[in-house]
Design a binder for this molecule. Structure first.
Ligand SMILES: C[S@@+](CC[C@H](N)C(=O)[O-])C[C@H]1O[C@@H](n2cnc3c(N)ncnc32)[C@H](O)[C@@H]1O
Length: 231
């Protein structure tokens, strides 16, 4: 189990964002794609608490996490609602879907030799998040950390035609993975270049719903940028 992502506070927040921004808003049987399902608990908990007629296709590279997720899916009889592939979304043929959702790997570091290499988010921490916002899904729900160059993500999203339709923010204490000395030192360096924002032991994690801009969408990007950098 040691090699499976474990941070209940973060996973529960992701699960709440999923419920509020995706699952409860789905009127018909919508398709959802998830990048990095982990042990599956965030989606499973949301499905157990809500009525949802669609299907969620998860992608998880870590085989141990994938196995745990599948056995929980079986246990709760959710096999027709939540299907997880043991592969990388970027290297697979990407399913058409109404939503792409993820609590993506967002740890910044000089390289991926960190406690859990699959949590490496590129040198500034935003690489995978930014790639997810380049796949052209209509709606994207991602968690964004204030120490992972959040402004680059908001700029990239705008360039790709997205507005911030909704968000919620959780103050989080640096945990096991982000306190890895190699990661922490690198975050300190990013902070000097305005690419990481935190205060003492705390950073912000935002659950952000991006939507392709249309007249009906009010863009909250500036408000989100203000919150994320006000640390
Ligand atoms: C921050 S964890 C989130 C796990 C789970 N969604 C949660 O919130 O508890 C990110 C997950 O992405 C997975 N991952 C990293 N790179 C991946 C890739 N290229 N394809 C699929 N999954 C990946 C990791 O193994 C890890 O389980």
């Amino acid at each position: 189990m040691k090699d499976i992502f474990f941070c209940p506070e973060e996973s529960n927040f992701y699960s709440n964002c999923l419920e509020n921004f995706v699952i409860r808003n789905c009127k018909k049987s919508e398709l959802v794609v998830e990048f990095g399902s982990g042990d599956g608990s965030p989606v499973i908990n949301s499905l157990l608490r809500n009525k949802f007629d669609g299907v969620i296709h998860g992608f998880e590279l870590n085989s141990s996490a994938w196995k745990v997720a599948n056995s929980t899916i079986d246990e709760y009889d959710l096999t027709n609602k939540y299907i997880i592939h043991n592969s990388c979304l970027f290297n697979s043929s990407q399913p058409d879907a109404d939503y792409l959702v993820a609590n993506p790997p967002y740890l910044p570091a000089p390289d991926n030799d960190i406690y859990m290499p699959l949590l490496f988010g590129g040198v500034d921490g935003a690489t995978i998040t930014n790639e997810l916002l380049s796949l052209d899904y209509e709606n994207v729900l991602v968690l964004i950390s204030s120490f992972s160059n959040p402004i680059s993500t908001l700029n990239l999203a705008k360039q790709n035609g997205y507005c911030v339709s909704n968000f919620m923010v959780l103050p989080l204490q640096f945990g096991y993975y982000s306190s890895d000395p190699k990661v922490k030192k690198h975050i300190e360096k990013l902070r000097r270049n305005q690419m990481a924002f935190y205060s003492g032991d705390y950073y912000f994690l935002a659950g952000v719903l991006f939507k392709k801009c249309q007249d009906s969408v009010i863009d909250l990007s500036n408000q989100l940028a203000q919150v994320m950098t006000n640390l």
